[in-house]
Structures are given as structure tokens and as C-alpha cells.
Write a new protein. Sequence first.
Length: 173
Amino acid sequence: MRSEKTHLVNYIGDLLKDSDYVYFVSYKGLDVKQFSDFRTQLADKEAQCHVLKNRLIKKAAELFEIEDLASFELKDTTALISGSGDPGAVAKVIKDFGKENEAVAAKGGYFEGAVLSEQDVNEIAALPAKEVLQAQLLGVLQAPSRDFVSVLNAKAATILNVLNAYKDKIENN
């Protein structure tokens, strides 16, 4: 392999290994302005978009021993989207941009050692934002202690009501 291709394969391998998530997207039919707009929206979510040859992506996956990804079949034009942070926000950009421009569609991805299908990417896009999920989890974690305090408070209030009723009865007699 020529030194330029070796360097490019190593660069792709580094992207695959060092990124929190990787999405593969088809873009056939987009003009330069549309593709530039797509990249800008991705950059706003701290993601990078690279147009790469499928063969080089596969070679990088083989070289860096990402076997599941090496067996993933990519066809036609492919843009590799990678980054750090919230993968859901980037998946939403891909899905929303795909609604406006039919040329953009998720092919799959790679996240935490697992290969994602097109459907997986769309399901990630349907999830609420990371902050919302964290707030929901916090609410679930706090619910048992909140309920326990409510039960204790209700029991204490019941005892207090009984004592007040008894006190009122004694005072009236």
C-alpha cells in the first residue's frame, strides 16, 4: 500500500478507536452547499464528517482489529461521522437532515464496541437529550427515598392527629 494510503488508513483507524461514536451516512445526490450545511450542523454538535472510501474504512477496521466493523458491509458513497459527547444529538441531526434531503440516510455506526444498524441509529435519534435522560434517572433514583419519607411523615401526622384529638377530649371534659 502506498504511504499516503497507509497514513489515511491509520488516520481512519484512530478515528474509529478514539471517537465516542461513529456513524456511517450515505450522501449521494447532495450538492456542495447542502453537504456544507450538513457539516456545519454536525460541527455545532462537536462532530466531524469525513468522506472516505468504503475499502479504506474496512481496511482500517481490519488493521485496528475491530472485527465486527470489518465485516460490516458499506456500499455506495459513505461519509464517516465521528466525535465525542452526546451521540443522540448527532443522530438527531442525521435523521432531521435526512427528512429535508432524501440523499442523506444513516447506514449504520459503531458505538462502545458494537456495530449499529440503520434502525439502531434511528432509535438513538428518537431518544430524549442526554440531560433529560439524566434527570429522569435521578427522579427514578430519588423516588424510593421520597416515598419512604412521605410514609414516615404520614404516620407521624396520624399519631399527632390522635394525640391532638385526645388532648381536645380531655380539655372538653
